[in-house]
Structures are given as structure tokens and as C-alpha cells.
Design a protein around this ligand. Structure first.
Ligand code: DO4
Ligand code: MG
Length: 281
């Protein structure tokens, strides 16, 4: 099942998507309300959503699929992310590789709903950065028991020049207005197929010109997503309705640094395409 949010009768409500432009609204429930109710009642999201959705289908466009309580990122989960960073940063040799290979994953806080955007909304380019780049990542929606409720496409928009200046600047390179895009909807685990065999592609367009094209496969993800969640929840009661981005396997280099007006599109065929224009924030 594909679950997200739409505008219906002036409010943002959860909806079951039949295809990219048609959905069955779930009146009176945001996606977060559904997740909260599930936390109280138990069961699975698909059954709850089916029970509450209207029978009629409306023509619509997807909004951000949840107003996330928190957004977290995982880093150096793909070898290419750690090797690129080690090569670029001139830090102690193997500084990032040690995280890719280490027992404990890198996890960082991106922010709350305030910094998150949905399909078609502007992602941010920091005004004090000359190298802000998209990081295309699979993301998961976490339920009250730490279970995975759904998978979506996401962008961990990052100011790499700031991280490169000094890794201690990571929070500033990772958190700013429009630094996390998610959508277009969540696919429930039963429908996704093998989560460790998903093709992901990313393009950046500047008008008619493609300034970047790249791809990866989640088979290259060096961690189990349940393990990432396990570490995230250690002594840290993240609320249900939290989104975790699982790390990038696509590296965008300086020549393709984002400029205002660029359109970033990230596709996982089993989920959909997340497209966002970039804007200086
Ligand atoms: O280590 C810095 C961040 C890494 C990251 O965000 C990623 O690998 O996706
Ligand atoms: Mg990332």
C-alpha cells in the first residue's frame, strides 16, 4: 500500500494512493494521527488505513507524506560515502572508513518537521555554502515500537564544504531550512519487495541541461536498517512518526553543486519519484 498525505476540503489528510495522481482520502486523520492511533491500538498500518479510507477516489497530488516528529540521518553506510569523504576531507586516514566498518553507526539529528519538505517544495541551499549537494537516500517511518511502518525516498541535503572544513561542523552542514525532503509517499513493508535490492537514481536538471546523473542499489547498504533503528533507539526514546534516512550511495561532486532553480529528482521504481527545486535559504 502507498500511503501519504493530500489536501482534502481545505485540510491535510492521510490518503491511500492508487497511482501518482489518484488517492482515497482518510478523513479527519493526518498521517501522524494514524501512526499515533496505531501506537495505541496495535495492528498494522495497512489494515487501519483500509478501514478508515473512503471508497471514493479523488484526483490529487501528494504532499509531504507525514509531518515528521523528528528526522534523523545515518551516515557512511555505503562504502562510496566514506571513501569520498576520506579523499575530500584530508582528515586522519580512514576517519570515515572507520565508521563504515565500525560496530556503531553514524547517526545524526536533522531536525523536526520545521526543516522537512515534501514533493515539489524547495530544498535549501545555505547562503554560506558554495557546495550544497543532494544525498539521495532510502528513508523509513518508525512506529511506536521501533518497527518500520513504511519506506520512502528522501534527500539528505548537505552543505559538504562546511563538513569538509571541519567534521565538527557536521551539524551546520546537515541542519538548515529545507535540508530534508521526503516522499512522494510511504510504501508498506509487505509491498516493497526486497529492501536490499532497490535501484535508486538521481538527476539534477538546470533548465534543459542535466548537470548530474547517478545511481546506486540498496544491495550496497552496509548495514541492516533494523540495526540502524536499534542504535537510534538506544537510551533515546524517539517518538513514533520519526523518519530515519539511511545514508547515501550516490555522490554528487563539486561541479554539480546545487544552484537556485535546479531540480533534483530521485527515483526508486517500487516507491516513486521525489522531485524538488533548490532555493537559497
Ligand atoms: O559523515 C557524514 C555524513 C554522511 C552521510 O550523510 C551519508 O553517508 O549519507
Ligand atoms: Mg546522508
Amino acid at each position: 500500500m502507498k500511503l501519504g498525505q493530500i489536501k482534502s476540503n481545505g485540510s491535510v489528510v492521510a490518503a491511500i494512493f492508487e497511482d501518482t495522481t489518484h488517492a482515497r482520502p482518510i478523513p479527519d486523520y493526518s498521517m501522524f494521527d494514524l501512526v499515533e492511533r496505531l501506537g495505541v491500538e496495535g495492528g498494522d498500518l495497512k489494515t487501519l488505513a483500509s478501514r478508515l479510507a473512503t471508497a471514493h477516489v479523488v484526483e490529487t497530488t501528494p504532499l509531504i507524506p507525514i509531518s515528521p516528529r523528528e528526522v534523523w540521518g545515518a551516515g557512511c553506510t555505503y562504502e562510496i560515502s566514506s571513501s569520498f569523504r576520506d579523499a575530500e576531507h584530508g582528515t586522519r586516514e580512514g576517519f570515515y572508513r572507520a565508521v563504515f566498518e565500525g560496530g556503531r553507526p553514524e547517526l545524526f539529528f536533522k531536525g523536526t518537521a520545521r526543516i522537512a519538505v515534501g514533493p515539489g517544495q524547495p530544498i535549501g541551499i545555505r547562503e554560506d555554502s558554495t557546495f550544497t549537494a543532494p544525498e539521495p537516500e532510502l528513508a523509513v517511518l518508525i512506529g511506536a515500537k521501533g518497527q518500520i511502518l513504511g519506506y520512502t525516498v528522501s534527500n539528505d541535503v548537505s552543505a559538504w564544504d562546511i563538513e569538509k572544513e571541519n567534521p565538527l561542523y557536521l551539524p551546520q552542514s546537515k541542519t538548515f531550512t529545507g535540508c530534508a525532503a521526503i516522499g512522494p509517499y510511504f510504501v508498506t513493508p509487505d509491498e516493497l519487495g526486497d529492501v536490499y535490492n532497490l535501484e535508486m537514481t538521481c538527476t539534477i536538471k538546470r533548465g534543459d541541461v542535466t548537470t548530474f546523473e547517478g545511481s546506486t542499489n540498496t544491495s550496497k547498504l552496509g548495514r541492516k536498517i533494523e540495526d540502524l533503528i536499534g542504535y537510534l533507539l538506544r537510551s533515546n526514546q524517539v517518538p513514533s512518526g520519526t523518519v530515519l534516512q539511511t545514508g547515501t550511495g550516490i555522490i554528487v561532486t563539486q561541479e554539480s553543486a546545487l544552484a537556485a532553480g535546479d531540480i533534483v529528482s530521485i527515483t526508486v521504481p517500487q516507491i516513486g519519484t521525489l522531485s524538488n527545486p533548490a532555493a537559497i535559504v
